[in-house]
Design a protein around this ligand. Structure first.
Ligand code: GTR
Length: 381
């Protein structure tokens, strides 16, 4: 207890690091759990909305509806029940929707926990017929381990192109008078919004335990998973796979992809205000360790790949490490080290998980194995 107090005091008194990161407890720094939950957590989330990811105009719409459009109780040679759910919504700009693909393990004796993958690759990577199987979404393995394997294709919420927000959830809900506000949501926020709508469905399905669900994504999908987990506290575990710039990587490291570059290459991912920080990372009112801290006290996992310098593995690791003080406020362990582990030596001892996989920018079987192992600790009673 005294040891924990001393280490907490040292975090409060010492600068976050040589990088001069903003204080993970906010400004003025929260000094206890109550101040964090009631004051600095909401303030931190608001800073990310206003300056980086934008503000979604709506949460769960009254018009939200679910229809099971396909059901196969003997999918995967009888191991799973496949349900494809059409999630529909409408608003001032008309109606839209997306398909949620869900394999529920048949061997489950109670509502099953699960993993929701935000798919940013072509739909053939998440083939519900399972004729095509890919390590990107090893649905059979997930089901075999007793979890629901769920996914949706991000572009059904908002196309991953700079189309002036003329489709999907943007077309339905964007109702701005005149110029688009600088803090209006963009595609990453729309994809994250979709993940929450999927969770709305899980809450209605008696074979699924929505309170034990992980949200995960790779690369731009990983940025999205972090934003979904930060906004929606119903997600029990948030997993960022190789999310890089404006995902888990610290902006102030200015290593690999930087803010100006990402805003230029992908002007539709973040809100207009984010352009203010092109070449000015030090002016950002937050850094990405604070995004990870928003998950506390829920579990979070950050993973990097050794040959993924563009995503700055060191910056991803450090953001996870610097989120730890907030977990300590809840009496929970984080990574408990500021030294990056060797490749393929995952850290799974606390509520923050991390691994550096040998290899390139990708989401593969090795990564999934680690997520399932970490889930065994955090998604079961
Ligand atoms: C890259 C981009 C990254 C990452 C990646 C991806 O081109 O620079 O930020 O998100 O795309 O999503 O695959």
């Amino acid at each position: 207890m005294i040891k924990a107090l001393i280490s907490l005091m040292s975090y409060l008194l010492l600068p976050a690091s040589a990088l001069e990161l903003p204080n993970v407890f906010g400004t003025p720094p929260a000094t206890n759990k109550k101040e964090w939950i009631e004051v600095q957590r909401p303030k931190t989330l608001e800073l990310f909305k206003k300056h980086i990811y934008g503000r979604a105009p709506i949460g769960k719409p009254d018009t939200l509806s679910f229809e099971v459009v396909k059901e196969d109780p003997k999918a995967m040679d009888g191991a799973a029940t496949l349900k494809i759910i059409r999630i529909s919504y409408s608003g001032p700009g008309g109606e839209s929707g997306f398909n949620l693909i869900t394999f529920i393990p048949n061997k489950a004796t109670k509502p099953a926990p699960g993993y929701l993958l935000i798919c940013n690759r072509d739909p053939e990577n998440i083939d519900p017929t399972r004729k095509k199987k890919d390590d990107f979404w090893p649905a059979e393995t997930i089901v075999e381990r007793g979890y629901v394997a769920a996914t949706f294709y991000n572009a059904e919420l908002s196309t991953d192109k700079n189309l002036n927000f003329n489709n999907g959830a943007h077309k339905v809900f964007d109702n701005y008078k005149g110029k688009r506000p600088g803090d209006a949501w963009a595609t990453i926020a729309a994809w994250a919004w979709g993940a929450s709508r999927a969770l709305d469905y899980f809450e209605t399905d008696p074979t699924i335990d929505a309170s034990k669900f992980a949200v995960l994504g790779h690369s731009r999908g990983g940025k999205t998973a972090l934003w979904a987990g930060a906004n929606d506290e119903r997600f029990a575990l948030t997993i960022s796979n190789n999310s890089g710039c404006t995902g888990a990587a610290l902006a102030r490291r200015k290593h690999g992809e930087r803010v100006a570059r990402i805003n230029k290459s992908f002007p539709h991912w973040f809100c207009g205000n984010y352009n203010i920080f092109d070449e000015k990372e030090d002016d950002l009112p937050v850094d990405q360790h604070q995004l990870i801290a928003l998950m506390a006290p829920r579990a979070v996992y950050v993973a990097s790949a050794s040959k993924d310098d563009w995503a700055d593995p060191q910056g991803e690791f450090l953001a996870a490490a610097h989120a730890e003080p907030v977990y300590k406020l809840f009496g929970l362990k984080g990574l408990e080290t500021m030294t990056m582990p060797e490749p393929d030596k995952p850290i799974h001892t606390g509520h923050i998980g991390y691994h550096l996989r040998t290899g390139k920018h990708d989401l593969n079987q090795y990564d999934w194995e680690q997520y399932l192992n970490f889930g065994d600790k955090h998604l079961r009673e």
